[in-house]
Design a protein around this ligand. Structure first.
Ligand SMILES: Nc1ncnc2c1ncn2[C@@H]1O[C@H](COP(=O)(O)OP(=O)(O)O)[C@@H](O)[C@H]1O
Ligand SMILES: [Mg+2]
Length: 458
């Protein structure tokens, strides 16, 4: 089968998940940093405002003058957050009452109730300043007082750096975790596909039963389509097996009639050369009928391996029955069949008809390829597996490729004028494999063939 692959779904899924994770990590980094920086800045603003307010609350008047008794806490609350420098200035009607003369006034003037904030460069550092205004009456006239408290932002920058480092670590950690999880997710998302592939590959070559697997919804149309295909294939196979069986049957029946007639004629004829001709005819008819029989057997084997009958088969009985059945053919060549079976029963779970057909074909070969007046041993042994071997004194396999001989219609180079259809070993091999075993083909120490059905003990 040829398939062209266009990338891997697993890899594509993984790459997409990782890309999403990367995007989320970067977003996480910026969101964490922005939130933390805002919080830190708001904290500073809050303290600056509180400080300005507490100074404003300490304003008083005496002798028509504005007085200020600067509360200690007003500036100490600022000093407590970090080592930043603090500046303040109180302006009454444009004149500095106390504080730093050069501290700039806020660009927009604050209202009574609300603070105004500004950020600017002052004495070489960036500062944040909160201002609040008050109207204080002194000497009978209301006076406008502007209170400003400023602080450098070095501490804020340090906090910001620390938060950036934490956000980077968090983003990176999230990314690594998400990558590992993506790998798992991609694998688990595709595991039903692996499961499906396995249940298809595990099947025997002749298993055409519909596929019954638990699949996710997305895969069930595919499984349905596959099952549909399998059932069509099965139907078409059945049709052709039927056809072969029918054809073989139709050939064999008239052949049997012709053979019977030929035998009658053979008896009636007197002249030896006529008798010889008829004998050859009978031999050819026998071969044709044997070939048709093997075609029929092969069709049966293919059909039955699909749904193997499981019955207890006593292999000793099988050996006895099959050798009895082939006894007449062996006698014609003066070949003796000798069965060596153990005393106790050897049985397996399997299909009796198929096993019989396999042994019969092996034995048929042994008789065919043996010289006249020789012996054939059928040996049944049981150790870690069951060996049902047929040894003959014939020509053996030589250096033929035995795996090729197991294929349909394949015949060896050693056949000379012996007729055959090349299906015998194919049938035996298929039966062995249908029973979970295999067909071993070799040469025995006398140079003859040794063909064994090796069947597992269940
Ligand atoms: N007992 C045997 N001795 C020697 N060669 C054998 C024997 N059995 C099978 N073979 C070889 O294996 C080939 C395939 O066997 P088989 O499939 O039964 O086909 P066929 O007997 O119809 O030729 C035969 O053509 C023959 O060359
Ligand atoms: Mg054969």
């Amino acid at each position: 089968m040829t398939t062209t692959t266009t990338g891997s779904i697993r890899r594509r899924l993984f790459v997409q998940l990782v890309a999403i994770a990367a995007l989320l990590s970067v977003t996480l980094f910026f969101v964490v940093r922005a939130l933390a920086e805002t919080a830190a800045a708001e904290t500073q603003d809050g303290i600056l405002a509180a400080s300005a307010t507490s100074i404003a609350d300490a304003l008083g008047s005496a002798d028509g003058q504005i007085t200020l008794d600067l509360p200690y806490s007003a500036l100490s609350m600022l000093g407590s957050i970090n080592e930043d420098r603090v500046f303040y200035r109180v302006i009454v009607n444009g004149e500095t009452l106390t504080g730093y003369n050069d501290l700039p006034a806020p660009r927009e003037l604050p209202s009574i109730s609300e603070h105004s904030f500004s950020t600017f460069e002052y004495r070489g550092d960036e500062v944040r300043m909160a201002s609040v205004s008050r109207t204080v009456s002194a000497g009978g006239a209301p006076q406008n007082v502007l209170i400003s408290v400023a602080q450098t932002r070095l501490g804020l920058a340090a906090i910001s750096r620390r938060i950036s480092a934490i956000a980077t670590a968090a983003g990176l950690g999230f990314f690594l975790l998400a990558t590992a999880l993506s790998q798992l997710a991609a694998r688990s998302a595709l595991s039903p596909l692996d499961h499906l592939t396995q249940s298809v590959t595990r099947r025997g070559p002749a298993d055409l039963r519909p596929l019954v697997v638990d699949t996710p919804t997305e895969l069930s149309p595919f499984v349905d389509a596959l099952n549909n295909f399998i059932s069509r294939l099965r139907a078409s196979l059945l049709r052709s097996e039927d056809l072969i069986a029918e054809a073989a049957h139709r050939v064999r029946t008239p052949l049997a009639t012709v053979r019977a007639k030929a035998e009658v004629t053979h008896r009636k004829l007197q002249k030896p050369e006529h008798k010889q001709t008829i004998r050859e005819m009978i031999r050819a008819i026998d071969e044709s009928s044997r070939s048709a029989g093997q075609l029929l057997d092969h069709a049966m084997v293919t059909f039955r391996t699909d749904s193997l009958t499981q019955e207890t088969v006593d292999l000793r009985d099988l050996v006895r029955e099959t050798s009895a059945r082939l006894e007449p053919a062996a006698e014609l060549r003066d070949v003796t069949l000798r069965a060596v079976v153990p005393k106790s029963g050897v049985s397996i779970q399997g299909d009796r008809l198929l096993l019989q057909s396999a042994l019969q074909n092996i034995l048929d070969n042994a008789i065919k390829y043996s010289p006249d007046d020789s012996a054939i041993e059928i040996m049944l042994t049981q150790s870690d597996a069951i060996h049902l071997s047929v040894n003959d004194h014939g020509r053996g396999f030589g250096d033929a490729d035995v795996d090729t001989l197991k294929t349909r219609f394949a015949r060896g180079a050693n056949v000379d004028d012996i007729v055959g259809s090349g299906l015998g070993l194919t049938i035996a091999d298929e039966v062995a494999r249908a029973h979970g075993g295999n067909l071993e083909i070799g040469t025995n120490e006398r140079g003859g063939a040794c063909v064994s059905l090796v069947l597992p003990l269940h």
